[in-house]
Write a protein that binds this ligand. Structure first.
Ligand code: ATP
Ligand code: MG
Length: 336
């Protein structure tokens, strides 16, 4: 009997260690909800290969890094199933069937994919797999019957696409096999980069990783973008678009003092060095325990790989059941 509130499917591309954006955008919610929901976390290596096919070793090496980050923030493999996308081939098969339900024009309209294509400089060299990754994401979500997907706001177009696919499938085959998933956004659904760009991301080199050492965090904070118009301490400075304040908003527990700092900065007389010092204190306090837990888990890579192996086996059973129903609905289960 399933007494859980619902089913969560969410995950990450193994393209680098996880960062503060993942933490506030999705990881914290996963930790908070893992006992109430049946939770699946996918490490999306197939999706990562869609723009890294020439660097498979990067994906290989980051697999364990991402899982260490999960364990470090408090994801409990006893209640959360963590698995590897490419080792659940049922997902690839579902993707192939769903491809017939989506037009190329619809894929080309996806604003997040459009932005990512521009960022990566794909012009004529756009891999087909990259354009289609929202379809494979729909397969990942629907294979587990997930109704809830805790993600950052860059994923909203993917969720819309997944809902459309589920709806189209159910309508076309006059059934109720696929669940339409909902995105679950946190209160910080998009953390900006240390360079002031709209999104902190692994691929943009503007991230503070959860595993960064104190020294690396210190260097990154020191180099952070602030308000370029705030030249002298006495000048008034901008709080909006200033990543130091964005991170303080996300992490500083002393909101009263933060409000005072913001007013002081806007008025003039508060230097970038001082706000960065406060940010450094706050980040070191938040990330210290995570880094320590990560170090402990990193001592036993065999245990980490075992979690992935068992999680993948468990995930495969669930995905195979959905695939069976999909095949039956499409009348291609020839031998029953
Ligand atoms: P890449 O640059 O390789 O795409 P990424 O940093 O965008 O990496 P993903 O693995 O694509 O990370 O995203 C995993 C999850 O983390 C998604 O739910 C995404 O919305 C969320 N996420 C990523 N970056 C941020 C951010 N800056 N703020 C909030 N959520 C984020
Ligand atoms: Mg991404």
């Amino acid at each position: 009997m399933n007494e859980k509130k619902g089913i969560i499917l969410t995950g990450d591309r193994p393209t680098g260690p996880l960062h503060l954006g993942h933490y506030v955008g999705s990881l914290r919610q996963r930790v908070a909800l893992q006992h109430q929901y049946k939770q699946f976390i996918i490490v999306a290596d197939i999706q990562a290969l869609t723009d890294n096919a020439d660097h498979p070793e990067k994906i290989h090496n980051n697999m364990i890094e991402v899982v260490l980050d999960y364990l470090a923030v408090g994801i409990d493999p006893k209640v959360t199933t963590i698995f590897i996308q490419s080792l659940v081939p049922e997902l690839a098969e579902l993707t192939i069937y769903y491809m017939n339900l989506v037009s190329v024009a619809r894929l080309e309209r996806n604003p997040t994919v459009k932005e990512e294509i521009a960022q990566r400089g794909f012009q004529k060299s756009l891999p087909t797999g990259f354009l289609c990754y929202p379809i494979s994401q729909a397969a990942d979500i629907t294979a587990f019957g997930a109704d809830t997907v805790p993600v950052g706001d860059d994923q909203l177009p993917m969720l819309e696409q997944a809902r459309e696919i589920a709806r189209t499938f159910n309508r076309m085959y006059n059934c109720n096999v696929l669940v339409e998933p909902q995105a679950l956004l946190s209160d910080v659904s998009r953390l900006m980069g240390t360079d002031g760009k709209a999104k902190m991301s692994k691929s943009a080199g503007n991230a503070i990783a959860l595993k960064d050492s104190e020294e690396v965090i210190r260097q990154k904070v020191k180099k952070m973008y602030t308000d370029p118009g705030h030249l002298r301490v006495e000048d008034s400075g901008k709080v909006e678009g200033n990543p130091v304040f964005a991170y303080l908003d996300a992490f500083d527990p002393d909101k009263e003092n933060l409000q005072k700092m913001k007013e002081h900065y806007q008025r003039g007389g508060l230097g970038d060095g001082t706000i960065k010092q406060r940010l450094l204190e706050v980040l070191l306090a938040e990330l210290g325990p995570i880094r320590e837990r990560r170090k402990q888990f990193a001592k036993d890579p065999t245990y980490v790989m075992q979690i992935l192996k068992e999680g993948t086996e468990a995930a495969r059973v669930v995905a195979a059941q959905t695939l069976l129903e999909v095949r039956r609905t499409m009348k291609i289960d020839y031998f029953g």
